[in-house]
Each structure stands twice: as C-alpha cells, then as structure tokens.
Design a protein around this ligand. Structure first.
Ligand SMILES: [Fe+2]
Length: 219
C-alpha cells in the first residue's frame, strides 16, 4: 500500500484559501460503463471527454483496477464515473428518503428548457416528476439516471438572487437548530414524533409569515 495520509497537526494559517470557483466534477461508482456513457452522452447531451484506466487507486494505492470516465457540461464542469470489476452492488439505503433527497441538479437556461426535457425523457422511457415550482428558488424536473439510480434534477433558477441570500440562510439554519432542540426535548428518544413536531413548527412558521415557504421573501 502506498497510501500517504496527511494529518493536520498545526494551527491553520490566518488566511483561508480562496472559495472554490465552480464544480470540477462529481464522481460515482457504476456497474455498467457502456450504458452509463450512452445515457449521459446521448440522452443528457453531455459528451464523453476523457477516460483512463489504472490497476490501482492513485491516491491510496488500493488494489482496485478501474475505468474512470468524464462527461462535460457547458461550463466545463464534469459528471464522472468509476467502474471497478468485482465490486458488489451497494447496500440499499436505510430509508427511501435518501433516494429522494440525495441528487444532482443540472442548471438549464430557461423554464421552457426545463419543459423540453419532459417529452425527451419520456421518449427515452424515463419517468419524470414535475416540473415543480419552488417559489423564489427554482423550476425543476426530477428523474432517475436509469443505469445508476442517481436522482437527477434539471432546474432553472426563478430568482437571480436565489444563491445570494446569506443573511436569510444563516437565520434559517439557526431556526432549524432551535426546532430540532425543541422537538428533542418534547419527545426524547422518539425520532418519528420529533419529525412530526418539526413538521408542525414549519407549518406554524409559514402561518406567521404568509407567502413564506422556506425561501427568502421577495424584496
Ligand atoms: Fe435540488
């Protein structure tokens, strides 16, 4: 094993490195490279732009031979895959919610562009959900990568400030911490009841702020 793990043992420098510029790539394991490359190239329109093999994992030296391949979007960001022979299928999630929440969202140029994906995907035998209007956030269509069961979203932002509400976001996350704390105190050791209480608190919050549905109010 040629693994070299670097561990932080010192105080960090006073200046934080620059914020990352954009998504370089996201990568998952596939068990069918051919079908995956066909789906991303021909259905999603993301060209296959690089691929390589290695008998070992370069970063750790682990002895997993693999093919790694890359599909590019318009801005240069990449959806990438690994296939390594002999890997067993992944364990199913402990709750179906993981297959709903975990997803990859791809930005398109307009609401019409979102809608254009519906007949295209249906024509390729892929079921869709939506388009769903998320007020103040995005107009989104959801479906699954039919080869790898990754939940995908094709999305157009409805408000140019949707990713610039820093103050609102920090308030919302603090409020969330408070809701969780209240629910844990009211129903210790009962996660289902805690979830019900949090759902009630979200509804009460909406009633106090008409038109507010979890996104920053229009200014
Ligand atoms: Fe999303």
């Amino acid at each position: 094993m040629t693994s070299t793990t670097t561990t932080s043992v010192t105080q960090p420098p006073g200046v934080r490195p620059a914020t990352p510029q954009m998504l370089s790539h996201v990568a998952w394991v596939t068990h069918d490279s051919i079908a995956t490359a066909e789906f991303y190239e021909n259905v999603m329109g993301m060209p296959l732009v690089n691929a390589f093999t290695d008998p070992n994992v370069p970063s750790t030296g682990d002895p997993y031979p693999f093919l790694h391949f890359f599909h590019r979007m318009q801005d240069g960001s990449i959806v990438a895959w690994f296939e390594s022979p002999g890997l067993p299928a992944p364990a199913p999630p402990s709750d179906p919610a993981y297959d709903i929440f975990n997803h990859l969202a791809l930005l398109v140029e307009s609401k019409e562009a979102v809608e254009a994906w519906v007949p295209w995907l249906h024509g390729h035998g892929i079921d869709t959900i939506g388009p769903v209007d998320h007020p103040g956030i995005a107009y989104s269509l959801y479906f699954y990568d039919p080869v790898n069961h990754i939940r995908l979203e094709v999305s157009h932002p409805l408000d140019p400030r949707w990713n610039s509400n820093e103050e609102f976001a920090h308030h919302a996350i603090a409020e969330w911490r408070e809701m969780k704390r209240e629910a844990e105190e009211a129903a210790p050791g009962d996660p289902r009841e805690q979830a019900r209480l949090v759902a009630n608190m979200i509804q009460e919050g909406r009633a106090r702020r008409p038109g507010h549905e979890g996104s920053a109010p229009a200014q």
